[in-house]
Design a binder for this molecule. Structure first.
Ligand code: WT7
Length: 637
């Protein structure tokens, strides 16, 4: 029996039991047999959720890029590591072999070193989905610098906040990016952001769109000439198991974004192991995850997990609708993709366009389909199953988070029988628990509660950059000795989990995790706004749409409401990015509040979704009369 490659359900249960009964022995075996270490660990695991402190493979030394690249050079040197599919289908796709990847990462690492970056320094990567993004990330890892990738759809002010939070000394960006029919001035956004960042002394610029941009002398440098002169070899920095590998920001329900810190050894072991099993990747397969490397999905399942397994991983620069709505299927056919991993919002958007787009293409290469990012509704699940997988490709509905680093609850393709809308069973080594509001664990099946994890797993985030207290408060204070996920879930009669959604003030729009507080902060900066509250309402394609209730100051009362709406969305775009724009803005005379002054979002959510039959007891509110008023104003429209 191979613990590393699970092929049927019985094997899953056997390996799962082993992993839970004796986690140290189990993970030691996996780590020992399947990875390259410069020095083995002294201790497999030490942990204390009350501090919280978690350490995996302490004492071990390694470099993750030796595992992702160097060790494949003899056996897979000429195998394609990355297939780059450009935004414009007329531009040729690139096949980068493991040998070429090695050379490019080494050259980039040498450039970073020459530019004064060393082990432990933070480097912000703000790039579109081009090969340089993956290469930059790996080059940082090779020299031991901590990468902080910021999704290239974020605004200059969101970028500045993230650069400053981690005190990055370098930014890696491009002159611009292609996105469907549009080009975006990325360098302009960086220039704007850097007006607020004193920590950055160097900006490396990739030429992607050939545009004539401003280059700040002494600070900005084109990457290509530097790479040309650099050597194609670089001896990897030897890292300790618990040295930070990267920081990745995720929005919280309050305050500024949280810089989740992931460390080296445990993250590597877990992402590689989950990748191999969940998707049942085989040596000759071509795997494609449509996420952006700016999110955790891209870190773990475009870059590290696949490359660690010597896989061929596709990177797509564009969008599903360009030049036509058949682009995904065209790419599947062109590269004969075997595993395809995307988000429910993309599935719903494509389903809406009808099956004719699919019928134009041969999708017979597809063996496994994946979904991630939010609960998948039954209709979308069946559409995916019937039309994309032709009922022959199992759907792995993978539940996990930026904080968890890797997939946590999921079917294992071909082993776990799937069930629409269910993420099914915990992955090997994962010990979930459902907890009721008073903190007690709910045992047995056919129950629901708040989803927690009882035992550490190798790829969990170790802290929030610069704020360990916030890490403890957010994840370890709600329930004693448990990691609290922020999600609700139910467990069915056979022990399958279904994730029901966030129980906090995070709203997932098109798979993007948005905190209500930062959006409300942006709105409240408008001089005419007194107060605001954001809720999510169900949306066919996006999963949730944002609905904002806004009360105006006296100065705003006479103003044209459509203009105000535009200005408010403009502020949100500037401060967070266009993904956080509100679909609906309703001006009201007040917001329902508890006597302690907390805005009752629960009530607003119901009003926004036109579900006002059962609002619960509102008599205890500070201002019950505004509820009726808001209902009228919303229904009147
Ligand atoms: C939140 C984490 C993990 C990569 C992408 C999102 C929701 C994620 C599922 C799923 C139901 C899901 C949860 C989670 N979520 N996957 N398969 N079924 N909900 O990472 O931005 O950190 O968001 O996404 O609510 O807590 P993220």
């Amino acid at each position: 029996m191979s613990n590393y490659h699970i092929k049927h359900l019985e094997e899953y249960y056997q390996v799962y039991r082993k992993s839970v009964r004796n986690p140290e022995v189990f993970w030691e075996e996996i780590a020992e047999e399947h990875f390259l270490w410069r020095k083995k660990w002294d201790t497999v695991l030490s942990w204390d959720f009350s501090k919280p402190e978690v350490k995996w493979f302490e004492g071990a030394q390694l470099n993750i890029t030796e595992n992702c690249i160097d060790r494949h050079l003899y056996t897979r040197g000429d195998k394609t590591a990355i297939i780059f599919e450009p935004n414009n289908p007329k531009e040729e796709a690139l096949h980068i072999t493991y040998k070429q990847l090695h050379e490019r990462v080494c050259k980039f690492a040498n450039v970073l070193k020459q530019q004064g970056v060393s082990k432990g320094d933070r480097v912000c990567v703000y790039l579109p989905m081009i090969p340089e993004l993956a290469i930059a990330v790996l080059a940082c890892a090779r020299i031991g610098a901590i990468h902080s990738v910021v999704f290239a759809g974020f605004s200059s002010s969101a970028l500045a906040t993230r650069i400053n939070d981690a005190s990055c000394k370098m930014v890696i960006t491009s002159d611009g990016s292609f996105r469907g029919a549009k080009t975006i001035d990325l360098k302009g956004i960086v220039d704007e952001a850097l007006k607020e960042c004193e920590c950055v002394d160097t900006v490396l610029v990739v030429n992607r769109i050939n545009s004539d941009i401003h280059m700040e002398s002494g600070r900005d440098k084109w990457l290509a000439p530097l790479l040309e002169k650099a050597s194609g070899n670089f001896k990897p920095e030897i890292m300790n198991a618990e040295d930070p590998l990267f920081i990745l920001y995720t929005s919280g329900s309050t305050g500024k974004p949280k810089g989740m810190v992931h460390t080296t050894a445990g993250y590597m072991v877990y992402t590689a192991y989950t990748f191999k099993n969940v998707f049942q990747y085989r040596e000759q397969d071509v795997y494609w995850c449509t996420a952006d490397i700016g999110w955790i999905t891209g870190h773990s399942y475009i870059v590290y997990g696949p490359l660690c397994n010597g896989a061929t991983t596709v990177m797509f620069e564009g969008v599903p609708s360009y030049p036509e709505f058949d682009r995904f299927w065209e790419i599947v056919e062109k590269h004969k993709v075997n595993q395809f991993y995307t988000a429910p919002t993309a599935i719903r958007a494509l389903a809406k366009e009808g099956v004719t787009h699919l019928e134009k293409h041969d999708l017979s290469s597809l063996k496994v389909l994946g979904t991630v990012g939010e609960p998948i509704n039954e209709e979308a699940w069946h559409w995916y199953d019937d039309n994309v997988g032709k009922r022959k490709a199992p759907i792995v509905d993978t539940w996990w988070q930026t904080e968890t680093g890797g997939i946590m609850i999921t079917p294992i393709a071909f082993a776990t029988p799937t069930k629409p809308t269910y993420a099914t069973l915990p992955f090997i080594g994962i010990q979930p628990a459902l907890i009721c509001e008073n903190g007690k664990e709910i045992k047995g099946n056919q129950v629901d509660g708040r989803l927690c994890i009882k035992f550490p797993w190798p790829s969990m985030a170790r802290t929030i950059w610069g704020n360990h207290e916030r890490y403890r408060d957010t994840y370890f204070s709600a329930y004693k000795n448990m990691y609290f996920t922020g999600d609700g879930a139910l467990r069915d009669e056979v022990g399958y989990y279904r994730i029901t959604g966030r129980v906090d003030d995070v709203i997932i729009v098109s798979g993007h995790n948005l905190g209500t507080a930062p959006i409300e902060d942006a709105i409240n900066e408008h001089p005419a706004v007194a107060e605001s509250a954001i809720v999510g309402v169900p949306h066919d394609v996006k999963g949730n749409a944002l609905f904002g209730f806004v009360t105006l100051k006296e100065t705003g009362e006479g103003r044209n409401q459509d203009n105000l709406r535009k200005e408010i969305n403009q502020l949100i775009t500037e401060q967070i990015g266009p993904i956080a724009k509100l679909d609906t803005i309703q001006f009201t005379n007040g917001l329902p509040k508890t006597r302690s002054g907390k805005i009752m979002r629960r009530i607003l959510r119901k009003i926004a979704s036109n579900d006002v039959s059962n609002l619960g007891d509102i008599s205890t509110l500070l201002n019950p009369e505004v509820v009726e008023e808001i209902i009228k104003s919303v229904q009147f429209k």
